[in-house]
Ligand binder design. Structure first.
Ligand SMILES: Nc1ncnc2c1ncn2[C@@H]1O[C@H](COP(=O)(O)OP(=O)(O)OP(=O)(O)O)[C@@H](O)[C@H]1O
Ligand SMILES: [Mg+2]
Length: 327
């Protein structure tokens, strides 16, 4: 499958009065046509920065320090403001955490959909799009103001706006975080099903590893502004190779021990003020060795999986910490 987005060596920092925060620390990430990718990691790992960078939709204090983002060969970082507007409108779709803040509260849904579609769409075309995202009474939804809809219905409208122009990539940032638990799976299923009807690649950014692993072919795990593991979801979920992935899975709902408790990851994620010179996970890693403190790990590709760990080839996470031997 061909690559639709190619991100190479991306370093993004946020300017702060005291010390700048580095949110992405050398990310290489390719999205192929029609694939569904889930990006997971704890809060602050850089998921939103990576997802929003695709549309150059970062906060005003963000700085692209290095690297590039190419969409179908076009550089997103060096295109003009006009080109960028076109790219955002015609080739990318974004779905955010809170649908109510993504919709214009003063405009009826139908009008917002009309503005998102090309040309001057008919009422039938507007309603057809609302039906595609599973709104049962599209005429009624079109005549409503956002506050008249439930959270789940409003998120369906946001998804309709995002797919109105048949984007090549749809980026959903915690698309179910503000919704009732009962509707979360349904909205994720809707997003996952759109790949088949639109052909668009789907990128879901989420805390919920299990929910995302179920619906995406590929799982990407971020930590400290880097991708630490990437590979086929089932493999990553059932046989994690990076110590952080393993810890994240053990800490995920659904993996409670016999005493009904989850095993939280001790410590807190780092806040980086520069590019890291060692492994960012070193202080929390149960397998850490001297090398991990001294040297920045490079990405290693093993069995179709990319793992950013000095010990990726050593079978480290399948052993107990005492058994680990340096590579
Ligand atoms: N506008 C900003 N100004 C300063 N720092 C920021 C800004 N936005 C994000 N950051 C910092 O950049 C890092 C990465 O943040 P980001 O929002 O990309 O993470 P995330 O994985 O999406 O987290 P969450 O799960 O909480 O949404 C964090 O340390 C965060 O505090
Ligand atoms: Mg986020």
């Amino acid at each position: 499958m061909s690559a639709v987005v190619v991100i190479s060596d991306l370093v993004v920092s946020y300017r702060m009065a005291d010390a700048d925060v580095f949110a992405l620390d050398g990310v290489d990430f390719t999205i192929t046509q029609g694939e569904r990718v889930g990006i997971v990691g704890e809060s602050g790992s850089g998921k939103s920065t990576l997802g929003m960078a695709i549309g150059r939709l970062l906060a005003p204090n963000a700085r692209f320090m290095r690297g590039d983002i190419r969409l179908g060969g076009q550089s997103i970082l060096s295109c003009s403001a006009t080109e960028l507007r076109q790219v955002r409108r015609d080739r990318l779709g974004f779905v955010y955490q809170n649908p109510m803040s993504a919709l214009d509260p003063t405009m009826r849904v139908g009008r917002q959909v009309a503005l998102a579609l090309r040309g001057v769409p008919s009422a039938a075309a507007i309603q057809a799009l609302l039906s595609r995202v599973g709104l049962p009474e599209p005429a009624r939804a079109a005549a409503s103001f956002p506050h008249e809809l439930s959270g789940g219905m409003a998120q369906r409208v946001v998804i309709a706006l995002a797919i109105a122009r048949d984007p090549v990539v749809l980026v959903a940032d915690e698309p179910t975080a503000s919704l009732d638990a009962s509707i979360q799976g349904v909205i994720l299923d809707l997003l996952a099903s759109l790949r088949d009807s639109t052909g668009a690649s789907l990128v879901i950014l989420s805390h919920d590893l299990r929910m995302v692993a179920k619906r995406c072919e590929r799982l990407v795990v971020m930590y400290g502004g880097r991708i630490v593991e990437s590979g086929p979801s089932q493999q990553v979920f059932h046989e994690p190779r990076h110590p952080y992935t393993r810890a994240l899975i053990k800490a995920a709902a659904g993996n409670e021990g016999p005493d009904d408790r989850l095993e939280p990851i001790p410590g807190v994620p780092p806040v980086l003020h520069g590019e890291s010179r060692n492994c960012a996970y070193v202080d929390r890693c149960e397998f850490a060795q001297a090398l991990c403190h001294q040297k920045r790990p490079e990405v290693q590709v093993v069995d179709g999986r990319a793992i950013t760990c000095h010990f990726a080839l050593s079978g480290l996470v399948r052993s107990t910490p005492a058994q680990v031997t340096p590579p």
